[in-house]
Write a protein of this length. Structure first.
Length: 461
């Protein structure tokens, strides 16, 4: 038996008090249930460890200097996929261009993918390597949108061994952030590779996997294991605010246009029927109010009690009536409080939406009306403590929530959204001892099933 402060752990579960074999006392630290990140891309996170990451870049000059250095180091790289640039953080407040990339190299294929993952820019060499027939490729500007960008790791696939390495690298990072379970967007190949790691005894996180709807024919061949459970199907109805492809109706982009609606009401209705008939949960990406309205119309086909616990991912630009309807239909809202970093005056959302930007991510309004929220990150960036901080200090009252409410969305919220609220999410007798220990510096320790899987002070483990 292990005792941490006043919590007793036996056989991987929270236990009644007893005689501990080991006792750890942290009087200056807080203990919470392990965090669940309800929207992750674990393979992408791991692959980035060997790619050029362009976050925290402040100008195009700096971006291109970093790119040149990378190309010199990675001389044999077949294609360079650089990640996470954000034009709202650049001095120029502008996207990189194909012409600029061609000046860096005409022969080396280069793709720069924006932080949102919904838009990218490629040079001519990279454009020539992308299979013909894919949609939303502008060969004149080098701009790639939506499906081709979202599926870039399938167009240029890593090996099975690289996928395994990516999962292990990503796990290490997530455990340091206090994350003990994730809801991940996967392909069947990623799902099976995760289960292979589980069989090898190398998987520590619990994975609840949504398979992209493009693989719907393969989903029935997949089966859950103890650590890698099949949740259901992920479908996109629009893009992102940063790419100006989130589908809008009552709102507008300052650059003009209303974004892209990627899925019709009729398509969603068929998918809802399919999911309900086959026992799958739907994770429906909808950011703009037009996309959200399309989902709500389709959800009239779904029982109002929502027994499958279908969810809307992001739900960023919802109108008042849409918020109330989603709550009335018992739809889980999977939201990302870390996105509030773009909600400050002069930030990305104001640049993209003008005066309408204040209506994004209205967490307080949703919770006040009785909404059920689970928190995730979408990897921008990972880190529940960062998300909690953004939710607490959000710029508008309709967004701002308290610390305890935010923590609950990262714990109980994720447990309910994945049908395991009787196993995790609370510190109670009989619950799994998935825990996170926090101090003023951040995450100090992470435990899964009562085992220490990360500690800032290595000698304790």
């Amino acid at each position: 038996m292990l005792k941490i402060n006043d919590i007793y752990i036996k056989d991987g579960l929270i236990s009644l008090p007893g005689k501990p074999d080991r006792e750890l006392l942290f009087p200056e630290k807080e203990i919470y249930p392990g965090f669940c990140d309800s929207h992750t891309h674990i393979i992408q996170l791991g692959l980035k460890k060997n790619r050029l990451v362009l976050s925290n870049i402040k100008s195009k000059i700096e971006l291109y200097e970093r790119l040149k250095e990378h190309l010199e180091i990675k001389e044999t790289e077949e294609i360079t996929i650089a990640e996470d640039w954000d034009e709202s953080e650049l001095e120029e407040k502008a996207f990189p261009t194909k012409e600029e990339l061609n000046k860096i190299s005409k022969d080396r294929p280069i793709i720069l993918r924006r932080v949102c993952g919904h838009i990218a820019v490629a040079n001519d060499s990279a454009l020539s390597k992308i299979p013909k027939g894919l949609e939303r490729i502008n060969y004149n500007t080098g701009i790639l949108e939506e499906e081709v960008v979202l599926n870039i790791n399938e167009i240029f696939p890593p090996s099975g061994e690289d996928i395994k390495k990516a999962i292990i690298l990503a796990e290490d990072e997530l455990l340091k952030l206090g994350i003990t379970s994730i809801h991940d967007i996967m392909t069947p190949k990623y799902f099976k590779t995760s289960q292979s790691l589980e069989k090898e005894g190398k998987l520590r996180l619990a994975i609840y996997a949504f398979i992209k709807d493009t693989y719907i024919e393969e989903i029935k061949s997949l089966e859950s294991t103890k650590k890698v459970r099949l949740a259901g199907i992920k479908v996109y109805t629009d893009g992102s605010i940063g790419a100006r492809t989130a589908a809008l109706c009552n709102f507008s982009y300052t650059s003009g246009g209303k974004g892209l609606l990627l899925c019709s009401k009729e398509q969603l209705e068929r998918l809802i029927d399919y999911a309900n008939n086959n026992g799958y949960q739907l994770a429906i990406h909808a950011i703009g109010d037009e996309a959200i309205q399309t989902v709500l119309r389709a959800m009239k086909k779904n029982p109002k009690s929502n027994p499958a616990r279908h969810r809307i991912e992001h739900f960023e630009l919802a109108r008042d009536g849409q918020i109330k309807e989603a709550i009335d239909r018992n739809i889980i809202l999977s939201m990302q409080p870390n996105f509030l970093k773009w909600s400050k005056p002069g930030g990305l959302y104001e640049m993209a939406l003008g005066k309408d930007y204040m209506y994004n991510n209205r967490l307080y309004f949703i919770i006040r009306e009785g909404g059920r929220i689970t928190f995730g990150s979408d990897g921008m960036p990972y880190g529940p403590l960062f998300g909690i901080k953004e939710a607490i200090k959000a710029p508008f009252p309709s967004q701002r929530i308290g610390r305890d409410v935010a923590i609950k969305a990262y714990t109980e919220g994720g447990a309910y959204a994945s049908f395991i609220e009787s196993e995790v999410g609370r510190i109670e007798e009989g619950m799994k001892a998935d825990l996170v220990v926090i101090d003023k510096e951040g995450v100090y320790m992470t435990l899964i099933n009562g085992n220490i899987v990360y500690c800032r002070e290595s000698e304790i483990t």
